[in-house]
Design a protein around this ligand. Structure first.
Ligand SMILES: Nc1ncnc2c1ncn2[C@@H]1O[C@H](COP(=O)(O)OP(=O)(O)OP(=O)(O)O)[C@@H](O)[C@H]1O
Length: 331
């Protein structure tokens, strides 16, 4: 994982609370300590990177992580803010306002086509995954800028499984919706100059149109990024329980269907063998061993590299603790 200077993206995902943030943060610390200028990004609407680094990294911009020898920056994307940007670009460029206008002009057929897109609905009650798709596209905007070219490792701490799955199909959906709106706009503006004048100043319209087109391009890039096996790897994090393993198996199957590369499965919070006669520990460990066995016999998981991370007796917070965890997990 450390080899090579070419930029690599790592996405960590899995069931809620299994240790995605701790694993993502510890991987980022490991990369940076190995000489890779690194960014760790949270696209989970409920961020916990700040808690993990024991440092405030919120605010939506790159924040340098203290206590590192090599550059490590953390970024928590504010999904609300990103969504607002998307909403204003879409609405200026063909949202419900345009539909009302077209209705009043008697252009019912075109209005119906627009209605089909359900864009207004999409923005008023965004489906889970939309926030994350927009957040990732925001990250793309960041990392493609010239001043960030130096970063050779980008680690994503993603939202729990359900969001990830919806996120994977979302770029296609949004791409189609935006594409339709763009096509419709072109049709309308060439159809009648009377309509044109109502859409506002030419410059303003052009600006909204450019924004929308850029967003669409970024969505396509997000989709391509997930599927680019040379630069991107999705790492599933789980814990040794039947419920978490079952969810991991379903996640792997969906990722396979979407052609996303998965090589590793991190089994976090494994109880070390106990030499004491603690009854609870012994029963718990036996239970975990059954779940581990289940992984080895699961057709979706058995071909992955299984990495066990022990349950440690203190909470993993701050750079020294993350370095300790990273040395165990990311060998
Ligand atoms: N191996 C471990 N040993 C002990 N504690 C751990 C271990 N891994 C994670 N934890 C603790 O478990 C809690 C949850 O971890 P973390 O926030 O990394 O999970 P998450 O999957 O990112 O959660 P969420 O789904 O809420 O984002 C934290 O308090 C963390 O310190």
């Amino acid at each position: 994982m450390i080899a090579g200077t070419q930029r690599k993206y790592y996405m960590l995902g899995g069931k809620g609370g299994v240790g995605k943030t701790s694993c993502a943060a510890s991987l980022a610390v490991k990369f940076a300590n190995s000489g890779h200028p690194t960014i760790v990004v949270s696209t989970d609407p409920a961020h916990s990177l700040s808690d993990s680094f024991a440092q405030d990294v919120s605010g939506g911009t790159l924040v340098p992580v203290d206590g590192m020898d090599y550059p490590l920056f953390a970024l928590e994307i504010n999904p609300e803010k990103a969504r607002e940007e998307f909403r204003s670009a879409s609405q200026t460029s063909g949202g419900t306002g345009v539909k009302d206008f077209m209705d009043s002009m008697g252009l019912g057929m075109l209005a119906e086509q627009l209605g089909e897109l359900k864009l207004g609905e999409l923005l008023d009650t965004p489906p889970p995954g939309l926030d994350e798709a927009i957040a990732i596209s925001k990250v793309m905007q960041f990392v493609e800028a010239e001043e960030y070219k130096m970063f050779s490792r980008i680690v994503f701490d993603t939202a729990p499984t359900g969001h990830t799955l919806r996120l994977l199909s979302l770029p296609d959906f949004l791409d189609k919706s935006i594409g339709k709106i763009m096509a419709l706009r072109k049709k309308i503006s060439s159809a009648t100059s009377a309509i044109k004048s109502v859409f506002g100043q030419d410059g303003e319209r052009q600006d909204a149109s450019d924004k929308l087109e850029k967003l669409r391009e970024r969505m396509i890039k997000v989709r391509e990024l997930f599927r680019d096996k040379d630069s991107t790897e999705f790492i599933i994090v789980t814990i040794p329980t039947v419920m978490a393993v079952s969810e991991s198996s379903r996640l792997r199957a969906s990722l396979k269907k979407e052609s996303v590369l998965v090589k590793r499965l991190i089994v976090n919070q494994v109880l070390p063998p106990s030499s004491s006669d603690c009854k609870f520990c012994n029963i718990k460990r036996k239970d975990q061993m059954r779940a581990l066995d289940m992984i080895l016999n699961d057709s979706e998981l058995m071909d992955l590299r299984i990495v066990q991370a022990p349950l440690v007796d203190v909470e993993i917070r701050g750079v020294p603790a993350l370095r300790f965890m990273g040395d165990i997990v990311w060998k």
